[in-house]
Design a protein around this ligand. Structure first.
Ligand code: NDP
Ligand code: DGY
Length: 328
């Protein structure tokens, strides 16, 4: 008599686009349990759901720390996150336990770069303010200086973190007539030549840029990087954009810089916390545009991310190649 192969338990922490669910459902060796909601799984349900799991498919809103790994127990072989950022995971703990990690680089680069450019233009040219004025009757006539902002033509743009997304942002901004493209990071990048990028110390980037775009990963070194000292070095006419992670910015210092006229405007796709409370001081400022972390939010991108996250998970469960494995 044939004995049935033992099923591997997989916990998925949210409803994900069908592209990924289809792949998991078709994998005969998996027994998938899903937190069947569009809202995040609670900590208690996460700790319960992960018990005995061989594979975990999680989101950036799930904190994967030692407690979760302990709750999962020794079966856990692979964690696959539906994101390129992995700052929500305790990588050292994961590594210590020999667990493999999958993530979703590249497939969301274009969508995130596009959104970052849209946010930059919306912030610099004051689009949300203009739309609001049309609706509330504030549009009385054409006025020479009303709702004026800042343009990219002839400007200096500084990109903090010229990685996959930073580079895609630079490529999209250069055709607007940007004069100088500065970037900072830990190392100079060969690919910067394509956009005439100049590798400069952070201080130079901050003081010489008309637009600063943050697109680095969140690490202990970048946490709180954009603080009072940082904003005080920026030009009064400069625009600050962040589409990386909220914790790269000290939001109290940003508020002071925006409300005191130290800098012209800020556009944020990411904040601390997420969601940002509706009574947060930053939301009261006309020169601050806040989006709800939608960098990668196109239907097709989220579908591809979902499929990639599922394939990463299966590769880890089967002990074969993962399409995008994090090398730590
Ligand atoms: P990459 O790994 O390609 O790029 C990360 C960049 O961060 C690298 O260029 C790296 O530079 C830089 N970096 C690391 N440490 C520092 C530092 N101390 N100072 C300055 N730069 C630093 O990742 P991606 O471009 O694919 O993604 C970047 C981040 O964007 C993700 O980690 C995620 O947090 C965020 N993201 C946000 C999205 C959204 O919806 N808003 C969507 C997708 C991603 P170096 O190589 O020199 O160390
Ligand atoms: C990521 O992938 O890290 C983003 O923040 C969401 O796509």
């Amino acid at each position: 008599m044939q004995t049935a192969a033992k099923l591997m338990k997989v916990f998925v922490t949210r409803r994900i686009p069908q592209e990924g669910m289809k792949i998991l459902s078709a994998a005969a060796e998996c027994e998938v349990s899903l937190w069947d909601s569009d809202e995040p799984v609670s900590r208690a349900e996460l700790l319960k759901g992960v018990q005995g799991a061989h594979g975990l498919l999680c989101l950036l809103s799930d904190k994967i720390d030692a407690e979760v790994l302990d709750a999962a127990g020794p079966n856990l072989k692979v964690i696959s996150t539906l994101s390129v950022g992995f700052d929500h995971m305790a990588i050292d703990e994961i590594k210590k336990r020999g667990i493999r990690v999958g993530y979703t680089p590249d497939v969301l680069t274009d969508a995130t770069a596009e959104l970052t450019v849209a946010l930059l233009l919306a912030t610099a040219r004051r689009l949300p303010e203009g739309v609001e004025e049309v609706k509330n009757g504030g549009w009385s006539s054409w006025k020479p200086l009303w709702l004026c902002g800042y343009g990219l033509s002839g400007s200096t743009v500084g990109i903090i973190g010229l990685g996959r997304i930073g580079m895609a942002i630079a490529q999209r901004l250069m055709p607007f007539g940007v004069k100088r493209l500065l970037y900072s990071g830990r190392t100079a990048k060969a690919h910067a030549a394509e956009v005439n990028g100049e590798f400069v110390p952070l201080d130079t980037l901050v003081s010489e840029s008309d637009f600063i775009v943050v697109s680095c990963s969140l690490t202990p070194e970048t946490q709180g990087l954009c603080d009072k000292a940082f904003f005080s070095k920026m030009k009064n006419t400069a625009v600050f954009i962040n589409s990386s992670r909220g914790a790269v910015v000290n939001q109290e210092d940003l508020y002071e810089a925006l409300s005191g006229g130290q800098i012209a405007a800020a556009g944020l796709d990411v904040t601390t916390p997420e969601p940002l409370p509706t009574n947060h001081p930053l939301l009261k400022l006309k020169n601050c545009v806040v989006l709800p972390h939608i960098g990668s939010a196109t239907y097709s991108t989220r579908g591809v991310m979902s499929a990639l996250a599922a394939r990463n998970l299966l590769g880890g469960l089967r002990g074969t190649e993962m399409p995008s494995e994090l090398n730590f």
